[in-house]
Design a protein. Sequence first.
Length: 519
Amino acid sequence: MGYIRKIKLKNFKRFESFEMDCDEYLNVLVGDNESGKSTILEAINLTLSGKRKRVDTLNLESLFNFDCIHNFLASERKFEDLPELFIELYFNEQNNEELWGRNNSEKIDSDGILFLCKPNIELSNTIKEILEQVDRVFPFEYYEIDHITFKGESYSGYKKYLKHILIDNSQIGNEYALKEYIRGMYYNNVEENEKLKHFSEYRKYKNNFTNDILISINSKMPDYNFAVKNNTKYNLETDLTIFDNGIDIENKGKGRQSIIKTEFALSKGGDNIDIVLIEEPENHLSHTNVKKIIANITNSVSTQLFISTHSNTITARLDLRKAILLNSHSKLPILLKSLNESTAKFFIKAPDNNILDYILSEKVILVEGDAEYILFEQFFKNITNSEIKSFGIHVISVGGLKFKRYLELGKLLKIKTAVVRDNDANYEKNIIENYEPYISDNVKIFSDQNNENKTFEFCLYNCNVNICEELIGTHRRTLSTIDYMLGNKTESALELLEKQGSNLNVPDYIKESILWIKA
Protein backbone atom coordinates (compact mmCIF):
# COMPACT_ATOMS: atom_id res chain seq x y z
CA MET A 1 0.00 0.00 0.00
CA GLY A 2 1.31 3.41 -0.98
CA TYR A 3 0.98 6.29 1.47
CA ILE A 4 2.30 9.74 2.36
CA ARG A 5 4.73 9.68 5.27
CA LYS A 6 5.45 13.41 5.43
CA ILE A 7 4.12 16.71 4.05
CA LYS A 8 6.12 19.93 3.69
CA LEU A 9 4.69 23.28 2.60
CA LYS A 10 6.47 26.51 1.75
CA ASN A 11 4.58 29.79 1.19
CA PHE A 12 1.34 27.92 0.51
CA LYS A 13 -1.72 29.85 1.64
CA ARG A 14 -1.56 30.49 5.41
CA PHE A 15 1.66 28.52 5.86
CA GLU A 16 4.98 30.24 5.24
CA SER A 17 6.60 27.04 6.47
CA PHE A 18 4.91 23.82 7.56
CA GLU A 19 5.92 20.21 8.10
CA MET A 20 3.82 17.26 9.28
CA ASP A 21 4.56 13.57 9.77
CA CYS A 22 1.65 11.38 8.68
CA ASP A 23 0.19 8.18 10.05
CA GLU A 24 0.08 5.31 7.58
CA TYR A 25 -3.67 4.80 8.01
CA LEU A 26 -5.50 7.66 9.71
CA ASN A 27 -4.84 11.39 10.11
CA VAL A 28 -7.57 13.51 11.74
CA LEU A 29 -6.97 17.23 11.24
CA VAL A 30 -8.58 19.20 14.05
CA GLY A 31 -8.59 22.96 14.46
CA ASP A 32 -10.56 26.17 14.69
CA ASN A 33 -11.59 28.23 11.66
CA GLU A 34 -8.69 29.48 9.50
CA SER A 35 -6.29 27.04 11.14
CA GLY A 36 -5.30 25.36 7.86
CA LYS A 37 -7.19 22.03 7.89
CA SER A 38 -8.66 22.53 4.43
CA THR A 39 -5.36 23.98 3.19
CA ILE A 40 -3.56 20.71 3.93
CA LEU A 41 -6.20 18.64 2.13
CA GLU A 42 -6.05 21.05 -0.82
CA ALA A 43 -2.24 20.81 -0.92
CA ILE A 44 -2.37 17.00 -1.07
CA ASN A 45 -5.09 17.05 -3.73
CA LEU A 46 -3.30 19.65 -5.83
CA THR A 47 -0.02 17.74 -5.80
CA LEU A 48 -1.36 14.22 -6.33
CA SER A 49 -3.69 15.29 -9.14
CA GLY A 50 -0.86 16.70 -11.28
CA LYS A 51 -3.35 19.01 -13.00
CA ARG A 52 -2.14 22.40 -14.22
CA LYS A 53 -5.75 23.24 -15.11
CA ARG A 54 -6.66 22.97 -11.43
CA VAL A 55 -4.09 25.68 -10.56
CA ASP A 56 -5.44 28.00 -13.25
CA THR A 57 -8.93 27.56 -11.84
CA LEU A 58 -7.79 28.46 -8.32
CA ASN A 59 -5.76 31.53 -9.32
CA LEU A 60 -2.06 31.61 -8.43
CA GLU A 61 -2.42 34.71 -6.28
CA SER A 62 -4.84 32.86 -3.99
CA LEU A 63 -2.28 30.07 -3.43
CA PHE A 64 0.64 32.22 -2.32
CA ASN A 65 1.11 33.08 1.35
CA PHE A 66 0.08 36.71 1.90
CA ASP A 67 2.92 37.53 4.32
CA CYS A 68 5.68 36.34 1.99
CA ILE A 69 4.28 38.51 -0.83
CA HIS A 70 3.84 41.51 1.46
CA ASN A 71 7.36 41.16 2.87
CA PHE A 72 8.89 40.92 -0.60
CA LEU A 73 7.08 44.03 -1.85
CA ALA A 74 8.26 45.89 1.26
CA SER A 75 11.88 44.85 0.58
CA GLU A 76 14.37 45.93 -2.10
CA ARG A 77 12.47 43.70 -4.55
CA LYS A 78 15.45 41.87 -6.02
CA PHE A 79 14.84 39.14 -8.57
CA GLU A 80 16.91 36.63 -6.62
CA ASP A 81 14.74 37.25 -3.52
CA LEU A 82 11.44 36.40 -5.22
CA PRO A 83 9.64 33.79 -3.10
CA GLU A 84 8.96 30.27 -4.30
CA LEU A 85 5.99 28.11 -3.38
CA PHE A 86 6.22 24.36 -3.00
CA ILE A 87 4.30 21.37 -1.71
CA GLU A 88 6.36 18.23 -1.07
CA LEU A 89 4.82 14.81 -0.46
CA TYR A 90 7.28 12.23 0.85
CA PHE A 91 6.07 8.66 0.15
CA ASN A 92 6.87 5.34 1.72
CA GLU A 93 9.14 3.19 -0.45
CA GLN A 94 7.43 2.69 -3.82
CA ASN A 95 10.09 0.70 -5.70
CA ASN A 96 9.63 3.13 -8.56
CA GLU A 97 12.81 4.68 -9.94
CA GLU A 98 10.82 7.62 -11.32
CA LEU A 99 10.08 8.78 -7.76
CA TRP A 100 13.45 8.19 -6.08
CA GLY A 101 15.80 11.14 -5.78
CA ARG A 102 16.97 14.27 -3.98
CA ASN A 103 14.89 16.84 -5.82
CA ASN A 104 13.40 18.10 -2.55
CA SER A 105 14.13 20.82 0.01
CA GLU A 106 15.90 18.39 2.34
CA LYS A 107 18.24 17.14 -0.41
CA ILE A 108 17.84 13.56 0.82
CA ASP A 109 17.04 10.42 -1.18
CA SER A 110 13.37 9.60 -0.92
CA ASP A 111 10.33 8.61 -2.95
CA GLY A 112 8.05 11.55 -3.51
CA ILE A 113 6.55 14.27 -5.67
CA LEU A 114 6.65 18.03 -5.68
CA PHE A 115 4.39 20.89 -6.72
CA LEU A 116 6.62 23.87 -7.45
CA CYS A 117 5.81 27.45 -8.37
CA LYS A 118 8.81 29.69 -9.12
CA PRO A 119 9.79 32.68 -11.31
CA ASN A 120 10.38 31.78 -14.94
CA ILE A 121 14.15 32.24 -15.29
CA GLU A 122 13.83 32.76 -19.05
CA LEU A 123 11.77 35.88 -18.35
CA SER A 124 14.14 37.26 -15.71
CA ASN A 125 14.90 40.49 -17.59
CA THR A 126 11.20 41.29 -18.01
CA ILE A 127 10.55 40.48 -14.35
CA LYS A 128 13.41 42.76 -13.25
CA GLU A 129 11.92 45.62 -15.25
CA ILE A 130 8.56 45.11 -13.54
CA LEU A 131 10.19 45.03 -10.11
CA GLU A 132 11.94 48.33 -10.79
CA GLN A 133 8.66 50.10 -11.49
CA VAL A 134 7.22 52.45 -8.87
CA ASP A 135 3.96 50.52 -8.58
CA ARG A 136 4.36 47.63 -6.16
CA VAL A 137 2.88 44.83 -8.26
CA PHE A 138 3.90 41.23 -7.73
CA PRO A 139 4.71 39.40 -11.01
CA PHE A 140 2.43 36.38 -10.63
CA GLU A 141 1.97 36.18 -14.40
CA TYR A 142 5.68 35.44 -14.85
CA TYR A 143 5.77 32.40 -12.59
CA GLU A 144 5.91 28.84 -13.91
CA ILE A 145 4.26 25.81 -12.37
CA ASP A 146 5.71 22.32 -12.35
CA HIS A 147 4.65 18.93 -11.04
CA ILE A 148 7.93 17.04 -10.53
CA THR A 149 9.05 13.79 -8.95
CA PHE A 150 11.91 13.69 -6.47
CA LYS A 151 13.98 12.26 -9.32
CA GLY A 152 13.38 15.50 -11.20
CA GLU A 153 10.99 14.26 -13.88
CA SER A 154 7.76 16.02 -14.76
CA TYR A 155 4.44 14.24 -14.30
CA SER A 156 0.81 15.05 -15.04
CA GLY A 157 -2.68 13.92 -14.16
CA TYR A 158 -2.37 11.11 -16.69
CA LYS A 159 0.32 9.46 -14.58
CA LYS A 160 -0.71 9.08 -10.96
CA TYR A 161 1.81 7.58 -8.57
CA LEU A 162 -0.74 7.35 -5.76
CA LYS A 163 -4.45 7.22 -6.56
CA HIS A 164 -6.61 9.48 -4.42
CA ILE A 165 -10.10 10.90 -4.08
CA LEU A 166 -11.34 14.09 -2.39
CA ILE A 167 -14.73 14.03 -0.65
CA ASP A 168 -15.60 17.63 0.18
CA ASN A 169 -18.76 17.52 2.29
CA SER A 170 -18.61 21.29 2.72
CA GLN A 171 -19.45 21.43 -1.03
CA ILE A 172 -22.37 18.96 -0.95
CA GLY A 173 -24.93 20.28 -3.43
CA ASN A 174 -22.23 21.83 -5.60
CA GLU A 175 -22.57 20.27 -9.05
CA TYR A 176 -18.91 20.74 -9.98
CA ALA A 177 -17.70 19.11 -6.74
CA LEU A 178 -20.00 16.13 -7.32
CA LYS A 179 -18.81 15.71 -10.92
CA GLU A 180 -15.20 15.86 -9.74
CA TYR A 181 -15.90 13.10 -7.21
CA ILE A 182 -17.63 10.85 -9.78
CA ARG A 183 -14.85 11.47 -12.31
CA GLY A 184 -12.23 10.67 -9.68
CA MET A 185 -13.89 7.42 -8.62
CA TYR A 186 -14.20 6.36 -12.27
CA TYR A 187 -10.57 7.07 -13.12
CA ASN A 188 -9.33 5.30 -9.99
CA ASN A 189 -11.21 2.14 -10.89
CA VAL A 190 -10.60 1.85 -14.62
CA GLU A 191 -7.49 0.76 -16.49
CA GLU A 192 -6.20 3.03 -19.27
CA ASN A 193 -7.01 0.63 -22.13
CA GLU A 194 -10.41 -0.06 -20.58
CA LYS A 195 -11.11 3.68 -20.33
CA LEU A 196 -10.24 4.24 -24.00
CA LYS A 197 -12.64 1.47 -24.96
CA HIS A 198 -15.41 3.00 -22.83
CA PHE A 199 -14.97 6.43 -24.44
CA SER A 200 -14.90 4.96 -27.95
CA GLU A 201 -18.01 2.83 -27.42
CA TYR A 202 -19.92 5.70 -25.82
CA ARG A 203 -19.10 7.97 -28.76
CA LYS A 204 -20.27 5.23 -31.09
CA TYR A 205 -23.60 4.93 -29.22
CA LYS A 206 -24.15 8.67 -29.56
CA ASN A 207 -23.43 8.55 -33.29
CA ASN A 208 -25.82 5.62 -33.68
CA PHE A 209 -28.56 7.52 -31.89
CA THR A 210 -28.12 10.45 -34.27
CA ASN A 211 -27.96 8.23 -37.36
CA ASP A 212 -30.66 5.67 -36.46
CA ILE A 213 -33.13 7.39 -34.13
CA LEU A 214 -33.05 11.04 -35.13
CA ILE A 215 -33.09 10.22 -38.85
CA SER A 216 -36.88 10.28 -39.01
CA ILE A 217 -37.15 13.87 -37.82
CA ASN A 218 -34.04 15.01 -39.69
CA SER A 219 -35.44 13.69 -42.98
CA LYS A 220 -38.16 16.32 -42.71
CA MET A 221 -35.58 19.13 -42.35
CA PRO A 222 -33.37 19.25 -45.46
CA ASP A 223 -31.44 22.36 -44.43
CA TYR A 224 -30.87 21.64 -40.72
CA ASN A 225 -30.84 18.58 -38.51
CA PHE A 226 -30.65 17.45 -34.90
CA ALA A 227 -27.69 15.60 -33.42
CA VAL A 228 -26.43 14.51 -30.01
CA LYS A 229 -23.42 16.51 -28.80
CA ASN A 230 -20.35 14.38 -29.14
CA ASN A 231 -17.11 16.20 -28.33
CA THR A 232 -14.64 16.72 -25.48
CA LYS A 233 -17.17 18.82 -23.53
CA TYR A 234 -19.90 16.18 -23.79
CA ASN A 235 -18.52 12.70 -23.36
CA LEU A 236 -18.68 9.69 -21.09
CA GLU A 237 -16.75 11.50 -18.37
CA THR A 238 -19.22 14.40 -18.19
CA ASP A 239 -22.30 12.18 -18.43
CA LEU A 240 -21.33 9.62 -15.77
CA THR A 241 -23.17 9.54 -12.48
CA ILE A 242 -23.66 7.15 -9.55
CA PHE A 243 -26.95 5.45 -8.69
CA ASP A 244 -28.05 4.32 -5.23
CA ASN A 245 -30.93 1.82 -5.30
CA GLY A 246 -31.99 3.08 -8.73
CA ILE A 247 -31.85 6.79 -7.81
CA ASP A 248 -29.29 9.23 -9.19
CA ILE A 249 -27.00 10.53 -6.40
CA GLU A 250 -27.81 14.08 -7.60
CA ASN A 251 -31.41 13.51 -6.52
CA LYS A 252 -30.45 12.35 -3.03
CA GLY A 253 -30.50 14.60 0.03
CA LYS A 254 -27.26 16.22 1.15
CA GLY A 255 -26.82 13.86 4.09
CA ARG A 256 -27.36 10.76 1.98
CA GLN A 257 -24.95 12.07 -0.68
CA SER A 258 -22.30 12.42 2.00
CA ILE A 259 -22.79 8.85 3.22
CA ILE A 260 -22.83 7.38 -0.33
CA LYS A 261 -19.63 9.15 -1.34
CA THR A 262 -17.78 8.06 1.80
CA GLU A 263 -19.06 4.47 1.73
CA PHE A 264 -18.24 4.08 -1.96
CA ALA A 265 -14.72 5.46 -1.57
CA LEU A 266 -13.96 3.20 1.40
CA SER A 267 -15.72 0.07 0.11
CA LYS A 268 -14.78 -2.44 -2.58
CA GLY A 269 -15.38 0.33 -5.10
CA GLY A 270 -12.40 2.10 -3.58
CA ASP A 271 -9.99 -0.84 -3.42
CA ASN A 272 -7.78 0.82 -6.03
CA ILE A 273 -7.55 4.08 -4.07
CA ASP A 274 -4.45 4.73 -1.98
CA ILE A 275 -5.52 7.96 -0.28
CA VAL A 276 -8.94 9.34 0.67
CA LEU A 277 -9.28 13.00 1.66
CA ILE A 278 -12.50 13.82 3.54
CA GLU A 279 -13.49 17.40 4.27
CA GLU A 280 -15.87 17.74 7.26
CA PRO A 281 -17.56 14.30 7.14
CA GLU A 282 -20.07 15.47 9.76
CA ASN A 283 -21.67 18.06 7.43
CA HIS A 284 -25.41 17.54 6.81
CA LEU A 285 -25.47 14.40 8.98
CA SER A 286 -27.58 13.50 12.00
CA HIS A 287 -25.85 12.16 15.10
CA THR A 288 -26.78 8.61 14.09
CA ASN A 289 -25.35 8.97 10.60
CA VAL A 290 -22.14 10.51 11.98
CA LYS A 291 -21.66 7.25 13.87
CA LYS A 292 -22.19 5.30 10.62
CA ILE A 293 -19.48 7.37 8.95
CA ILE A 294 -17.17 6.68 11.91
CA ALA A 295 -17.81 2.93 11.53
CA ASN A 296 -16.93 3.08 7.81
CA ILE A 297 -13.72 4.97 8.54
CA THR A 298 -12.76 2.67 11.41
CA ASN A 299 -13.18 -0.42 9.24
CA SER A 300 -11.08 0.96 6.40
CA VAL A 301 -7.67 -0.74 6.33
CA SER A 302 -6.59 -0.49 2.68
CA THR A 303 -6.31 3.29 2.35
CA GLN A 304 -4.63 6.21 4.04
CA LEU A 305 -7.17 8.74 5.25
CA PHE A 306 -6.86 12.47 5.87
CA ILE A 307 -9.94 13.90 7.57
CA SER A 308 -10.67 17.49 8.59
CA THR A 309 -13.36 17.95 11.21
CA HIS A 310 -15.03 20.21 13.76
CA SER A 311 -16.82 17.27 15.38
CA ASN A 312 -16.18 16.23 18.99
CA THR A 313 -17.59 12.80 18.23
CA ILE A 314 -15.40 12.12 15.18
CA THR A 315 -12.25 13.42 16.87
CA ALA A 316 -12.67 11.28 19.98
CA ARG A 317 -14.15 8.13 18.42
CA LEU A 318 -11.44 7.85 15.77
CA ASP A 319 -8.73 7.74 18.47
CA LEU A 320 -7.18 10.97 19.73
CA ARG A 321 -3.73 9.53 19.07
CA LYS A 322 -4.47 9.97 15.36
CA ALA A 323 -5.38 13.65 15.82
CA ILE A 324 -3.26 16.46 14.41
CA LEU A 325 -4.12 19.74 16.10
CA LEU A 326 -3.92 22.99 14.14
CA ASN A 327 -4.47 26.42 15.64
CA SER A 328 -5.16 29.71 13.86
CA HIS A 329 -2.59 31.39 16.15
CA SER A 330 0.20 28.92 15.38
CA LYS A 331 1.81 27.42 12.28
CA LEU A 332 3.01 24.25 14.02
CA PRO A 333 0.95 21.03 14.10
CA ILE A 334 0.63 19.18 17.40
CA LEU A 335 0.40 15.39 17.26
CA LEU A 336 -1.27 13.41 20.04
CA LYS A 337 0.30 10.07 19.19
CA SER A 338 2.08 10.01 22.57
CA LEU A 339 -1.21 10.25 24.46
CA ASN A 340 -1.73 7.54 27.08
CA GLU A 341 -3.48 4.55 25.46
CA SER A 342 -6.05 4.18 28.25
CA THR A 343 -7.00 7.86 27.91
CA ALA A 344 -7.38 7.53 24.13
CA LYS A 345 -9.58 4.46 24.57
CA PHE A 346 -11.60 6.24 27.25
CA PHE A 347 -12.60 9.02 24.86
CA ILE A 348 -13.40 6.47 22.13
CA LYS A 349 -15.88 4.72 24.44
CA ALA A 350 -17.02 7.60 26.66
CA PRO A 351 -20.32 9.42 26.12
CA ASP A 352 -20.12 12.38 23.77
CA ASN A 353 -17.97 15.11 25.25
CA ASN A 354 -16.55 18.57 24.73
CA ILE A 355 -13.11 17.35 23.80
CA LEU A 356 -12.59 19.91 21.00
CA ASP A 357 -13.62 22.78 23.25
CA TYR A 358 -10.79 21.71 25.52
CA ILE A 359 -7.98 20.94 23.12
CA LEU A 360 -8.55 24.10 21.05
CA SER A 361 -8.58 26.42 24.07
CA GLU A 362 -5.74 28.31 25.74
CA LYS A 363 -7.40 28.60 29.15
CA VAL A 364 -9.99 26.21 30.58
CA ILE A 365 -11.88 25.76 33.83
CA LEU A 366 -13.02 22.17 34.37
CA VAL A 367 -15.95 21.85 36.77
CA GLU A 368 -17.55 18.76 38.22
CA GLY A 369 -21.24 19.15 37.52
CA ASP A 370 -24.11 21.11 35.99
CA ALA A 371 -24.69 23.28 39.04
CA GLU A 372 -21.16 24.70 39.00
CA TYR A 373 -21.33 25.13 35.22
CA ILE A 374 -24.63 27.05 35.43
CA LEU A 375 -23.31 29.52 38.01
CA PHE A 376 -19.68 29.91 36.93
CA GLU A 377 -20.06 32.72 34.39
CA GLN A 378 -22.01 34.73 36.96
CA PHE A 379 -19.35 34.01 39.58
CA PHE A 380 -16.70 35.28 37.18
CA LYS A 381 -18.66 38.48 36.59
CA ASN A 382 -19.23 38.99 40.31
CA ILE A 383 -15.48 38.73 41.00
CA THR A 384 -14.03 40.57 37.98
CA ASN A 385 -16.93 42.72 36.82
CA SER A 386 -16.20 41.31 33.33
CA GLU A 387 -17.60 38.65 31.01
CA ILE A 388 -15.62 35.41 31.04
CA LYS A 389 -15.71 35.11 27.22
CA SER A 390 -13.76 38.37 26.87
CA PHE A 391 -10.74 36.59 28.39
CA GLY A 392 -10.94 33.58 26.05
CA ILE A 393 -11.66 31.24 28.96
CA HIS A 394 -13.84 28.14 28.46
CA VAL A 395 -15.81 26.46 31.24
CA ILE A 396 -16.38 22.74 30.68
CA SER A 397 -18.40 20.35 32.85
CA VAL A 398 -16.66 16.98 32.75
CA GLY A 399 -17.70 14.99 35.83
CA GLY A 400 -15.28 13.95 38.56
CA LEU A 401 -14.07 10.73 36.93
CA LYS A 402 -12.93 12.52 33.74
CA PHE A 403 -10.68 15.18 35.25
CA LYS A 404 -7.50 13.13 34.90
CA ARG A 405 -8.32 12.19 31.29
CA TYR A 406 -8.53 15.84 30.32
CA LEU A 407 -5.40 16.66 32.29
CA GLU A 408 -3.48 14.03 30.31
CA LEU A 409 -4.32 16.05 27.21
CA GLY A 410 -3.60 19.34 28.94
CA LYS A 411 -0.14 18.13 29.87
CA LEU A 412 0.69 17.42 26.21
CA LEU A 413 -0.86 20.60 24.86
CA LYS A 414 0.24 22.92 27.69
CA ILE A 415 -3.30 24.23 28.18
CA LYS A 416 -3.70 26.39 31.27
CA THR A 417 -6.29 24.41 33.23
CA ALA A 418 -8.05 25.08 36.53
CA VAL A 419 -9.84 22.07 38.03
CA VAL A 420 -12.68 23.07 40.34
CA ARG A 421 -14.05 20.11 42.27
CA ASP A 422 -15.48 18.81 45.54
CA ASN A 423 -13.21 17.53 48.30
CA ASP A 424 -15.72 14.74 49.09
CA ALA A 425 -14.95 15.07 52.84
CA ASN A 426 -11.21 14.30 52.45
CA TYR A 427 -9.19 17.19 51.04
CA GLU A 428 -5.80 15.60 51.65
CA LYS A 429 -6.59 12.34 49.86
CA ASN A 430 -8.97 13.47 47.11
CA ILE A 431 -7.23 16.70 46.17
CA ILE A 432 -3.59 16.80 47.30
CA GLU A 433 -2.63 13.14 46.85
CA ASN A 434 -4.98 12.37 43.96
CA TYR A 435 -3.71 15.12 41.65
CA GLU A 436 -0.09 15.46 42.70
CA PRO A 437 1.29 13.98 39.39
CA TYR A 438 -0.66 16.53 37.35
CA ILE A 439 0.21 19.77 39.13
CA SER A 440 2.39 22.13 37.05
CA ASP A 441 2.66 25.77 36.07
CA ASN A 442 -0.28 25.18 33.70
CA VAL A 443 -2.48 23.03 35.97
CA LYS A 444 -3.89 23.79 39.40
CA ILE A 445 -6.61 22.11 41.48
CA PHE A 446 -9.08 24.19 43.49
CA SER A 447 -11.28 22.82 46.26
CA ASP A 448 -12.52 23.90 49.67
CA GLN A 449 -9.99 22.78 52.30
CA ASN A 450 -12.65 22.35 55.01
CA ASN A 451 -13.78 18.70 54.87
CA GLU A 452 -17.19 19.70 56.20
CA ASN A 453 -17.77 21.66 52.99
CA LYS A 454 -17.61 18.39 51.11
CA THR A 455 -19.55 19.43 47.99
CA PHE A 456 -20.22 22.57 46.00
CA GLU A 457 -23.71 22.85 47.50
CA PHE A 458 -22.35 22.99 51.07
CA CYS A 459 -19.88 25.71 50.06
CA LEU A 460 -22.52 27.71 48.19
CA TYR A 461 -25.00 27.48 51.04
CA ASN A 462 -22.53 28.41 53.79
CA CYS A 463 -21.50 31.65 52.10
CA ASN A 464 -25.06 32.55 51.00
CA VAL A 465 -27.20 31.34 53.92
CA ASN A 466 -29.79 34.13 53.83
CA ILE A 467 -30.29 34.01 50.05
CA CYS A 468 -30.55 30.21 50.02
CA GLU A 469 -33.01 30.13 52.90
CA GLU A 470 -35.13 32.82 51.32
CA LEU A 471 -35.25 31.24 47.86
CA ILE A 472 -34.68 27.52 48.30
CA GLY A 473 -36.16 27.17 51.77
CA THR A 474 -39.67 27.73 50.40
CA HIS A 475 -39.40 24.39 48.53
CA ARG A 476 -38.01 22.25 51.28
CA ARG A 477 -41.14 21.00 53.08
CA THR A 478 -39.73 18.35 55.45
CA LEU A 479 -36.14 18.63 54.10
CA SER A 480 -33.53 21.10 55.27
CA THR A 481 -32.51 23.69 52.69
CA ILE A 482 -29.10 22.08 52.14
CA ASP A 483 -30.66 18.64 51.71
CA TYR A 484 -33.06 20.04 49.14
CA MET A 485 -30.14 21.67 47.28
CA LEU A 486 -28.25 18.36 47.30
CA GLY A 487 -31.25 16.52 45.87
CA ASN A 488 -32.09 19.19 43.30
CA LYS A 489 -28.70 20.55 42.26
CA THR A 490 -29.53 21.85 38.79
CA GLU A 491 -32.90 23.36 39.69
CA SER A 492 -31.46 25.09 42.75
CA ALA A 493 -28.55 26.55 40.78
CA LEU A 494 -30.89 27.88 38.08
CA GLU A 495 -33.18 29.55 40.62
CA LEU A 496 -30.26 31.19 42.41
CA LEU A 497 -28.83 32.42 39.11
CA GLU A 498 -32.10 33.84 37.80
CA LYS A 499 -33.26 35.55 40.99
CA GLN A 500 -30.12 36.46 42.94
CA GLY A 501 -27.17 35.82 40.61
CA SER A 502 -25.48 39.22 40.94
CA ASN A 503 -25.86 39.15 44.75
CA LEU A 504 -24.30 35.73 45.33
CA ASN A 505 -21.10 35.49 47.34
CA VAL A 506 -18.53 33.32 45.58
CA PRO A 507 -16.90 30.47 47.58
CA ASP A 508 -13.24 31.28 48.26
CA TYR A 509 -11.78 28.36 46.30
CA ILE A 510 -13.80 29.31 43.22
CA LYS A 511 -12.69 32.93 43.60
CA GLU A 512 -9.07 31.73 43.71
CA SER A 513 -9.56 29.66 40.54
CA ILE A 514 -10.99 32.69 38.70
CA LEU A 515 -8.14 34.99 39.67
CA TRP A 516 -5.55 32.33 38.74
CA ILE A 517 -6.99 31.44 35.32
CA LYS A 518 -7.53 35.10 34.47
CA ALA A 519 -3.91 36.08 35.21
